[in-house]
Design a binder for this molecule. Structure first.
Ligand code: NDP
Ligand code: 8X3
Length: 253
């Protein structure tokens, strides 16, 4: 029987690449995000790999009631979630703390911290009931160290770092693995979102650097998820070769 994976934020970047990687390897896939058109397109792409089922769920992870209701009302066959990838997240803005937009801060906190918690609170009991499961949280090197203007984004990812550790302790007796993957600079739609659609500004982030690709993170997620049952990768920090932490990049310009 196929295993089942739920991926939040599958309409783009790491989430999308992860859905493709697991579909190619025979997993049933639940893809989630806010953009239904993209989910539908991806669903068709995934089904074409054959022999798997795909369920597409449109919801905003910030909506506590919606998250709870969607997951509680899953068809029975989709309630056996083997792997949850808490990936949905974003950075918005890059300002000093005295100039930051409070709306941007709220969006990051609501998505990266509260959204991850809402999804986990709904899915973890299903795993506890079965006495198995694997939660993979996408943190960031921004959760390991801070950079100028990173303030609130770094704080949200630091919360993911901390939550990953405590989830692992809380779920220890339930045979549930918890892994954090903390990527460095990766060229997805991340910077486009951070700079509110400014493509030129987004491109400068990756100038002179071979950034990580979304597939690199999908490969890492797949590796962590397919180890023997007694092995749990706790924390994986992955940067491009040209990056050593949030404040050290080597650019060829
Ligand atoms: P993308 O912008 O390419 O993808 C982000 C995904 O998150 C989209 O599918 C988006 O879907 C989803 N998402 C955002 N907000 C919400 C929401 N409120 N409800 C549901 N889904 C949401 O970025 P990445 O793939 O790079 O980012 C994925 C994760 O990786 C994030 O948590 C990010 O912080 C983290 N990360 C990224 C790094 C990078 O350099 N790229 C490095 C380290 C960590 P939709 O808009 O359809 O809702
Ligand atoms: C994204 C990585 O360093 O741009 O989480 O904040 S960084």
């Amino acid at each position: 029987m196929n295993k089942t994976i739920m991926i939040t934020g599958a309409t783009s970047g790491f989430g999308r690449a992860t859905a493709i990687k697991f579909a190619k390897n025979g997993y049933n896939i639940m893809i989630t995000g806010r953009r239904t058109d993209r989910l539908n397109k991806l669903k068709n792409e995934l089904i074409a790999f054959g022999k798997i089922k795909v369920l597409s769920l449109t919801f905003d992870v910030r909506n506590r009631d919606e998250v709870a209701s969607v997951i509680m009302n899953l068809p029975e066959e989709w309630k056996t979630i083997d792997i949850l990838v808490n990936n949905a997240g974003l950075a918005v803005g890059l300002e000093h703390i005295d100039n930051g937009f409070i709306d941007d801060w709220e969006r990051m906190i609501d998505t990266n911290v509260k959204g991850l918690l809402y999804v986990t609170r709904a899915v973890a009991p299903l795993m506890v009931t079965r006495g198995q499961g694997h939660i993979i949280n996408i943190g960031s090197i921004a959760g390991k160290d801070v950079y100028e203007n990173g303030n609130v984004y770094c704080a949200t990812k630091s919360a993911v770092d901390s939550l990953s550790k405590s989830m692992r302790i809380d779920l220890l007796k339930n045979n549930i693995k918890v892994t954090q993957i903390a990527p460095g600079m990766a060229e997805t739609e991340f910077s486009l979102v951070r700079f509110k659609g400014d493509e030129e500004k987004a491109k400068t982030v990756y100038k002179g650097i071979e950034a990580l690709k979304e597939e690199d993170i999908a490969e890492a997620i797949y590796y962590c998820a397919t180890l023997p049952t007694h092995v749990c990768i706790n924390d994986l920090v992955i940067t491009p070769t040209a990056q050593a932490g949030v404040n050290h990049n080597y650019r060829k310009v």
